[in-house]
Design a protein around this ligand. Structure first.
Ligand SMILES: Cc1cc2nc3c(=O)[nH]c(=O)nc-3n(C[C@H](O)[C@H](O)[C@H](O)COP(=O)(O)OP(=O)(O)OC[C@H]3O[C@@H](n4cnc5c(N)ncnc54)[C@H](O)[C@@H]3O)c2cc1C
Length: 416
């Protein structure tokens, strides 16, 4: 059996940054990646917009991944193995054993710390109860992205997009650049789930109609999609069938959410969050099992890869310190929040009166003017006025941990 101090499952931006973070502690690191290439979802994202925060540049996805591959290559204590699909993770005393399947046979690695950096996958048609027929021409937006950007194939001539998450918005622009027509984007919610910059740059700049409070009620077509029925929805998201309208098209792209790739650790009984559909972590990105860490899109769906890399690097550093018995704990505090906030990551921080904690969270809907506050023992210890917070954008708040007294509560005052 192979042995290492830190094992990382997934060689996307989170896994690569985690490898660098762990290697800096001096730990020996192994990265197992199922694909033949490192870089994760970024290898198919040929648009720019990556790395603005971290490198102060607008890089394409492959360029951003390349930067991290170069960093990984600087460390002789990192081994990366591609073409290795991890199938199980088990406790073995104070260590973990991860099994992966590869073309050369099974790989077993024993590690003191493991980082889950498996990213997420797209929700398929079945998960949204899409009615109607099942002809060819229905793609998830990411699948269409892979076919166009990696395999050089055209997916259709006249497309409708259901859902307005970032991948759908980006693919609307991409389809137009590839000579297809985009009839419209239909979003069931009253707001888009995508970043404001993607709505401007990918939708408005290309004159693509974005219909909010609207959904697809039926897909029509025998061999190939011939069209879809769309209808506005009421306040309970029920379609108003009397207003149904037929939209002829030959392609339907689904951009209806992402699902964390969390199955591998499901039998370990980890503390789970039904909102993120993933595991709960402390400020070290450690799950409820000591030595098992989780970061990036498998922890919660991020909209900016820079945040994923920052999270991964921190998780890697903590996993490295844990492997060397140098990770320091203090009294564990649960972060609570009001109803404007859907969840926080991390959920727990340590009251060590030392340094700054970064708390990421999402709000339940769009708000205009707000003040985001952190309270401890009823006193305000951090505050961030914001001209607008949207459900599609991850929010962050930094907390000076020297100011924490026994508890930590996050709340949002809505001014407008
Ligand atoms: C279409 C699209 C467009 C985006 N556009 C932008 C943008 O413009 N700007 C921006 O900043 N961010 C963007 N993002 C977000 C950003 O790309 C993601 O947040 C980031 O890729 C998440 O990194 P990750 O490492 O957590 O997951 P991933 O990139 O998904 O990497 C996870 C890796 O784990 C591997 N893996 C999974 N399961 C296993 C297993 N069992 N065994 C071994 N390996 C496994 C996968 O093969 C993959 O390589 C976009 C995302 C998408 C999907």
């Amino acid at each position: 059996m192979n042995k290492t101090e830190v094992l990382i499952i997934g060689g996307g931006p989170c896994g690569l940054a985690a490898a660098v973070g762990a290697a800096k502690t001096g730990a020996h690191v192994v990265v197992l990646e199922r694909d033949e290439r490192l870089g994760g979802i970024l290898t198919q994202c040929i648009h720019n917009g990556f790395g603005l925060h971290l490198f102060n540049e607008e890089l394409t996805g492959p360029e951003y991944a390349e930067r991290w591959k170069e960093k990984v290559a600087e460390f002789s204590n990192i081994t990366t193995i591609t073409g290795a699909f991890c199938t199980s993770i088990e406790r073995a005393g104070d260590k973990w054993v991860v099994t992966a399947s590869s073309s050369g046979g099974l790989i077993e690695v024993e590690a003191r710390s493991v980082i889950l950096a498996l990213g997420c996958r797209e929700r398929p048609a079945g998960s949204i109860f899409l009615n109607g027929e099942r002809p060819a021409g229905v793609f998830s937006a990411g699948c269409a992205q892979k076919l166009i950007n990696i395999e050089g194939k055209k997916v259709g001539n006249r497309a409708v997009i259901l859902g307005s998450g970032d991948i759908g918005l980006i693919m609307a622009r991409r389809l137009i650049c590839e000579g297809s027509e985009v009839v419209g984007i239909y979003e069931i919610m009253p707001q888009s789930g995508g970043l404001a910059r993607n709505i401007t740059q990918c939708v408005q700049d290309f004159g693509i109609p974005l219909h909010l409070n609207t959904t697809i009620t039926r897909v029509v077509g025998k061999k190939r999609v011939e069209g879809v029925f769309i209808a506005p929805v009421d306040e309970k998201l029920r379609p108003k069938y009397e207003l149904e309208k037929f939209i002829p098209c030959d392609t339907l792209l689904l951009s209806v959410g992402l699902q964390p790739e969390n199955e591998i650790a499901k039998n370990l009984g980890l503390e789970f969050n039904n909102i993120t559909n993933s595991y709960v972590v402390d400020e070290y990105y450690q799950t409820s099992e000591a030595g098992l860490f989780c970061a990036g899109n498998v922890l919660h769906v991020n909209d900016l890869v820079d945040n994923v890399s920052a999270e991964g690097e921190r998780a890697g550093e903590c996993a490295g310190l844990y492997a060397k018995n140098k990770l320091k704990y203090a009294k564990k505090i649960e972060i609570t929040h009001d109803d404007h906030i859907k969840y926080t990551a991390p959920k727990y921080i340590y009251d060590d009166k030392n340094g700054t904690a970064k708390i990421s969270f999402r709000v339940n809907k769009n708000y205009k003017r707000t003040i985001i506050r952190a309270l401890s023992a009823g006193k305000e210890i951090s505050k961030r006025p914001s001209p607008a917070v949207t459900a599609g954008e991850m929010q962050t708040l930094f907390i000076d941990k020297t100011k924490i007294l026994n508890d930590l509560h996050l709340e949002i005052e809505v001014m407008e």
